[in-house]
Ligand binder design. Structure first.
Ligand code: PMP
Length: 407
């Protein structure tokens, strides 16, 4: 078992050495994107200096090396989320593209007039808008699972929404605005009983929880590398093989074909059927380095550390007069969203930045959720493996000083 040493871990992240506004950077915006360890940055340079080539087509050495590295990421990603086969791992640009791919292909083939798609009140815009577009086009209806005051989904309401009209349940595993971990396994069981498929948005969960798509039994799972200590511009769409096989193609072009004539084109096998054109080779290759980094650091150790940060931050923030934590679910990842009486979240965000502290303020791409709580937005501090209790102390100090200035 690797020993978890947060101070040693921090040394692996070059950006954590920089200063912002003359103060050491305190990066608490990890739910937006995580920082990258030196191994990931180095791997990117090694690819471009060592074996940059287009993949799958060439027979020369560089092309073979690049192809092998690219496919090695697929294998690692498969293990990371416990998929049954490599053909179930499709590389995308990220979570957003994964969801849109499913909406455009599976959605257009399987959703019709009068059908229903269920989402929840805590979805990120990227798990709302693609379904809205689909529903408008098809005359289908979007149904929304409500959330309670604590930020948990109301399960009785969900069960009532399910019917033989339900084609798909698209649900986030973890809320990016509240940190709530949703009971996806139970929800998937209910959806399947009703004859619906389930897409799980894993953008926030994959870095914090153990993902086992087979145990979960989801039909689709999507995530983004950049929230997993990896590069931007890469994500994974997992789909059950028989579901992906039955789906129409997405983009047309090179790589996704078997044979092209002007009369008829036949399509490539999975996963290439959904990977038209030259993919983001460099970042996909480097994504493996990021996943290996997480495994080597120790998923369980990271989770334990992040849990301690969550407990510590929650207790500390509760002592601030006028501060209210939004999202008090029993099961949460390492994220605290809050509002403060009489101050606008953005003003706090600016004052904290002056102290080198990076938090996210605003609606977190979840405007309907903010409307549910009757607030314009929150201040969100989200923690990664490299954050420390000392940083949370600084956040608290920064908040107290900012409130004094503003109120
Ligand atoms: N869903 C959730 C829950 C998210 O937190 C995010 C990223 N903020 C997304 C979807 C979209 O991910 P990406 O921007 O990487 O496509």
């Amino acid at each position: 078992i690797p020993v978890f040493d947060v101070y040693a871990l921090r040394k692996q992240f070059p950006v954590l050495e920089r200063e912002v506004k003359g103060k050491p950077l305190i990066y608490l915006d990890n739910a937006a994107t995580s920082q990258k360890p030196a191994v990931v940055i180095d791997a990117l340079v090694q690819y471009y200096t060592g074996y940059n080539a287009n993949i799958h087509r060439g027979i020369h050495t560089l092309a073979e090396e690049a192809t092998a590295a690219f496919e090695a990421t697929r294998e690692t990603a498969k293990h990371f989320i416990h998929a049954a086969g490599r053909e179930e791992i499709i590389f995308t640009r990220g979570t957003t593209e994964g969801i849109n791919l499913v909406a455009y292909t599976w959605g257009r083939a399987n959703v019709g007039k009068g059908d229903e798609i269920i989402i929840s009140a805590m979805e990120h815009h990227s798990n709302i808008v693609p379904w809205q577009i689909l529903c408008e086009e098809k005359g289908a209806q979007l149904k929304v699972i409500p959330v309670d005051d604590a930020g948990e989904l109301i399960m009785e309401a969900y069960e009532k929404l399910l019917s033989d009209k339900t084609r798909l349940v698209a649900i986030t595993h973890v809320s990016n605005a509240l940190g709530t971990v949703n009971p996806v396994k139970q929800m998937i069981r209910s959806a399947h009983k009703a004859g619906a498929l389930v897409l799980v948005d894993g953008a926030q969960s994959t870095v914090h929880l153990d993902i086992d798509v087979q145990d979960m039994d989801c039909d689709f799972f999507v995530c983004s590398a950049h929230k997993l200590y990896g590069p931007t511009g890469v994500g994974v769409l997992y789909g059950k093989k028989h579901v992906l096989e039955a789906m129409p193609v997405f983009q047309g072009g090179g790589e996704m074909i078997k044979e092209v004539t002007f009369e008829k084109t036949t399509y490539n096998e999975l996963p290439y059927k959904y990977e038209a054109g030259t993919p983001n080779i460099a970042d996909t290759i480097v994504f493996k380095t990021a996943l290996d980094f997480i495994e080597q650091t120790g998923k369980e150790q990271i989770r334990q550390h992040e849990h301690e940060l969550l407990q510590y931050a929650t207790a500390a923030l509760e002592t601030v007069p006028g501060l209210k934590i939004i999202g008090r679910a029993k099961e949460k990842t390492s994220l605290v969203s809050f509002v403060i009486d009489k101050v606008h979240p953005q003003d706090i965000g600016i004052l904290l930045d002056n102290k080198g502290i990076a938090v996210r303020t605003g609606h977190h791409c979840a405007q309907p959720l903010m409307q549910r709580y009757g607030i314009p937005g929150t201040i969100r501090a989200s923690f990664a493996a490299y954050n420390t209790k000392e940083e949370i102390d600084e956040l608290l100090l920064g908040l107290e000083k900012s409130i004094k200035l503003l109120v």
